[in-house]
Design a protein around this ligand. Structure first.
Ligand SMILES: [Fe+2]
Length: 228
């Protein structure tokens, strides 16, 4: 069975309909794995992208397929057994869908220093940061304190809150929980150990400090301007 939401092209050949499921895949990176050194090693980026992110891609695609099958079963057998299976798959969908989404944000909001990484934002985002936090350094300090507060695995996001007049905020989530609704992520920072341990071991504060050298503020500004 094919999920309606996952059907990209439905064509008609004679009396036969042909449906193709659209699956997610790894996004294309704008830089080479070693381009963020010395701030993030090439080895970390390669493993992070080809292994960890790929796992979320695969898990999300599998969960979508399983959910569609179970939804079909539910129509003929609306039993607690099927409902329980659906709840289990929904948890996988949340985890892997969040992991897929968060990492897509993450790669795009990183850039080598030679491509503008770490260059402070101007424009409307720069003005908002100055007006709300006094300086970019203050926003970075606040974000780093949220990152340091992650117990286990999680993320910190600099967001534009559309329910609060578009004001900026910093939000921390656990596991692969992503942001929904009015919170528009501008910068997503991965605080899972797989994001830094090979290079920084237990010194995660050093990773949180170094990553600002490769934050793509131009991408954050674009997200800020487009979020209405
Ligand atoms: Fe990650």
């Amino acid at each position: 069975m094919l999920a309606r939401s996952a059907i990209k092209n439905v064509g008609k050949t004679s009396s036969v309909f042909v449906a193709k499921r659209t699956k997610v895949s790894l996004p294309k990176l704008d830089w080479d794995f070693d381009a963020l050194e010395p701030n993030i090693s090439g080895q970390i980026n390669e493993l992070h992208y080809t292994k960890h992110h790929q796992t979320y891609v695969n898990g999300f695609n599998t969960a979508v397929e399983q959910l569609e099958d179970l939804n079909c079963q539910l129509k003929s057998d609306p039993s607690p057994t099927i409902a329980k299976k659906i709840v289990g798959v929904q948890q996988n969908l949340k985890f892997h869908g969040g992991g897929y989404t968060n990492h897509c944000l993450f790669w795009k909001n990183l850039a080598p220093e030679s491509q503008g990484g770490g260059k402070p934002p101007g424009g409307a985002l720069g003005e908002s940061i100055k007006s709300q936090f006094g300086s970019l350094d203050n926003l970075v300090s606040l974000t780093n304190s949220k990152l340091a507060g992650v117990q286990g695995s999680g993320w910190a996001f600099i967001v534009k809150n559309l329910e609060n007049g578009g004001k900026l905020d910093v939000v921390q989530t656990y596991n692969q929980d992503t942001l929904t609704g009015p919170l528009v992520p501008l910068v997503a920072i991965d605080a899972w150990e797989h994001a830094y341990y090979l290079q920084y071991q237990n010194r995660k504060v050093e990773y949180f400090k170094a990553i600002w050298n490769v934050i793509n503020w131009a991408e954050a500004s674009k997200r800020f301007d487009e979020a209405k």
